[in-house]
Design a protein around this ligand. Structure first.
Ligand code: ADP
Ligand code: ADP
Ligand code: ZN
Length: 225
């Protein structure tokens, strides 16, 4: 934990494939606060074939967003858990202005506030390269890239030894729809948080290590200092 924060509630904002999940995992270790990914939570529902999972799969495979009220219930339940008391790294939530307003309400109710929103900025053409080569472990969810971050043996998860898979929504036409949804529904959050003085922007097209360093520098001191 950085000394200036008693707690750190952080949102990672950015297009699909910008590296939010990759960075959230590293930051979660460094700051010892949980990484909360709504995408991971939904994929777990899909794996467990819950009624939400079955409904979610169809929407996710089209590259569209789940309804805000469904996501609100999910995130409230997660943030209310004890392990989030000292902060959280949110990845994939909020994705709409309405979700951002819900998040404000939930945090206020829990006696917490949002300390920082980090925009991980990556141009669309790089996004397509990243998502096209993304592979993940079906067991632990660890994320790799065929070129930028391959597993040691080129095929199986370094931790679990099981073959990596490609996400169903990382196909070209779905990637295009996800980017469209991002620009239409999620990008307005940049102004939303910027107007509140919470936003810092980092260049997400650098190496993974350089992006981590930029994020830590950006959240290391209060906005405007
Ligand atoms: P990405 O790699 O694009 O950042 P995620 O793993 O965060 O993807 O999300 C995968 C899919 O799950 C999204 O395309 C969307 O269908 C659904 N999803 C995840 N988080 C949300 C959310 N906050 N609101 C609505 N839908 C969501
Ligand atoms: P998001 O959670 O924003 O959808 P991911 O963390 O899953 O993004 O990253 C998308 C893909 O890009 C993955 O294959 C990941 O290994 C790769 N990746 C992430 N950060 C970088 C980086 N800085 N440089 C190159 N590739 C990266
Ligand atoms: Zn694994």
């Amino acid at each position: 934990m950085t000394s200036i924060y008693r707690s750190l509630n952080l949102v990672l904002l950015g297009p699909p494939g910008s590296g939010k999940g990759t960075q959230a995992k590293v930051l979660s270790e460094k700051y010892q606060i949980p990484h909360v990914s709504t995408g991971d939570m939904l994929r777990e529902e899909v794996r467990n074939q819950t009624s939400l999972g079955i409904r979610a799969k169809e929407i996710m495979d089209r590259g569209e967003l789940l309804p805000d009220d469904v996501m609100a219930a999910m995130i409230l339940k997660r943030l209310d858990r004890e392990d989030c008391a000292r902060g959280v790294i949110l990845d994939g939530y909020p994705r709409t202005v309405e979700q951002a307003q819900v998040l404000d309400g939930i945090l206020a109710e829990l006696g917490r506030t949002l300390e920082r929103v980090v925009l991980v900025d990556v141009p669309d053409e790089e996004i397509v390269r990243r998502l096209g080569g993304r592979r993940s472990c079906p067991r632990c969810g660890r994320v790799y890239h065929v070129v930028y971050n391959p597993p040691k043996d080129g095929k199986n998860c370094d931790d679990c030894g099981v073959p990596l898979i490609q996400r169903d929504d990382d196909r070209e036409e779905v990637i295009r729809e996800r980017l469209r949804q991002y620009h239409e529904k999620t990008a307005p959050l940049v102004d939303f948080y910027s107007n509140r003085g919470l936003l810092v922007s980092v260049d997400g097209s650098q190496s993974m290590e350089a992006v981590t360093a930029s994020i830590m520098e950006a959240i290391g001191s209060p906005v405007g200092q």
